[in-house]
Write a protein that binds this ligand. Structure first.
Ligand SMILES: NC(=O)c1ccc[n+]([C@@H]2O[C@H](COP(=O)([O-])OP(=O)(O)OC[C@H]3O[C@@H](n4cnc5c(N)ncnc54)[C@H](O)[C@@H]3O)[C@@H](O)[C@H]2O)c1
Length: 418
């Protein structure tokens, strides 16, 4: 019979991934303890509040806290299962920074009892789940850690990568298929018992390294395909061919699906995760590395296009619409739109640049140093601009097409005004 988890569960890392996971499990009648090193995050959750914006999450958190199913603390407690959902950024040399994962494993180690489950959800390079087992084993020589080919273990360690889309986390967390990779088949089975509580998608069991690599491959696949679209866009711009028309026609081929180009690739996953593959196999990951370079270069290409358009005017005003890393969210971290704006502001210090984003009420830190930038509402910015640059296709911006853009030089990096 397939096992479904019972008991108390602790999640380390109450961010975009850990908190929605905590809520999904708590609302299935499990006592969940959310652990975070940030006391402000713990205090907010304890009040039933969410420290960031994600649709439908706030009401779910306040409900789970009010029911007493979800609590938050800075101290790692004893529990029957532990999920690690801490950051995995990259170092300056673009190798993975596993210090947060190691710290989480070391917080869990003293609390472990025989029969406990430890799941790493953080996106990680191949071999990290095994390291988690070793870090714990070094602190707990009294416990038999799982080893391949060895059926007996006191603790079950597995990797279950998260693949939700910000803005749709509460839906996708439940509906997506889940990959669960164990250090042994029994570890995978035990970890799957947690996801059976709430996952409606299929739960696919495998080994830990395949699960780690599958997650990285998903984001590298997206990155390579976006790089293809971005490169095509640059080629078409230089040949004075309309990229959107080219993509519309090419995508009528039954086996072609070219993605939309844009001002670059942002967020915390796609620009980061492919580097974990590159650093695991630097000699072999040539295409994946090139895709990263193409996408990292893209904000510079877009900014250069805008500067070239501005040079046709004596004293132009430029409106840049959108600052977040994708449409219809408030998250402006790692946003290529911000990079584009800063590059234009730097290249054209005498030019007035009006910046508008309905989701960003104050000037982002990275843009504060430029005297020629001003935050404005979109209508005002477009009204006053000679050149309008669309960087993020927020819904309210789409409507501008019909009324406001006549007589302006338009640079629509997202194809939203076609
Ligand atoms: N955000 C996404 O859309 C997304 C999607 C898929 C996978 N992931 C992966 O999930 C992981 C978590 O990402 P996130 O977006 O939730 O990060 P986040 O920055 O939103 O949250 C991480 C939280 O962990 C806390 N933390 C750090 N060290 C800790 C420790 N030792 N103990 C307890 N808490 C600790 C931080 O204070 C923070 O609140 C990363 O590996 C990321 O790559 C994220």
């Amino acid at each position: 019979m397939t096992e479904v988890f019972k008991g108390r569960l602790a999640i380390l890392g109450m961010g975009y991934i850990g908190l929605p996971t905590a809520v999904a499990i708590a609302t299935r009648g499990i006592d969940v303890i959310g652990v975070d090193i940030n006391p402000a995050t713990v205090a907010a959750i304890s009040r039933g509040e969410v420290p960031f914006v994600e649709p439908d999450l706030a009401v779910a958190v306040s409900g789970a806290v009010a029911m007493g199913r979800l609590t938050a603390t800075t101290q790692t407690p004893e529990a029957d299962a532990f999920i690690i959902a801490v950051p995995t950024p990259f170092n300056e040399d673009r190798t993975a920074n596993l210090s947060y994962v190691k710290a989480a494993a070391e917080q869990i180690a003293p609390r472990l009892k025989p029969g406990n489950i430890v799941v790493l959800e953080s996106t990680s390079p191949p071999g990290t789940t095994e390291k988690v087992g070793k870090w714990i084993g070094a602190l707990r020589p009294d416990l038999r850690m799982p080893r391949n080919g060895d059926a007996i273990a006191d603790v079950f360690v597995a990797h279950c990568p998260e693949r939700v889309l910000p803005g749709r986390i509460m839906i996708e967390m439940v509906t997506n298929d889940r990959v669960v990779g164990g250090l042994t088949p029994r570890c995978a089975e035990k970890a799957a018992s947690i996801y059976r509580l709430f996952a409606q998608g299929e739960i696919l069991l495998t080994d830990a390294e395949s699960a780690e690599m599958a997650k990285l491959s998903e984001n590298a696949y997206r990155d390579v395909n976006i790089a293809f679209a971005n490169e095509l866009s640059m080629i078409c711009e230089s040949l004075h061919i309309d990229i959107w028309e080219v993509i519309r026609l090419a995508n009528r081929h039954p086996r072609v699906g070219i993605l939309s180009p844009g001002p670059g690739v942002g967020g915390h996953c796609i620009p980061v995760d492919p580097w974990f593959i590159v650093s695991a196999a630097p000699e072999l990951a040539r295409l994946i590395r090139t895709a990263r370079d193409v996408n990292d270069r893209r904000p510079h290409d877009v900014a250069e296009q805008v500067v070239a358009k501005a040079e046709r005017f004596r004293s132009p005003t430029i409106a840049c619409l959108g600052l977040t890393f994708k449409a219809n969210v408030d998250d402006a971290r790692e946003s290529p739109a911000i990079e584009v704006v800063s590059l234009i502001a730097k290249a054209l210090p005498e030019v007035e640049i009006l910046v508008a984003d309905p989701y960003v009420p104050t000037m982002p830190e990275l843009l504060k140093g430029y005297g020629n930038l001003r935050l404005e509402n979109a209508h005002e910015a477009v009204e006053r601009a000679d050149i309008v640059v669309l960087l993020v296709e927020h819904e309210p911006f789409r409507a501008l097409r019909h009324t406001r853009l006549g007589g302006k030089v338009i640079y629509d990096t997202r194809g939203a005004w076609r």
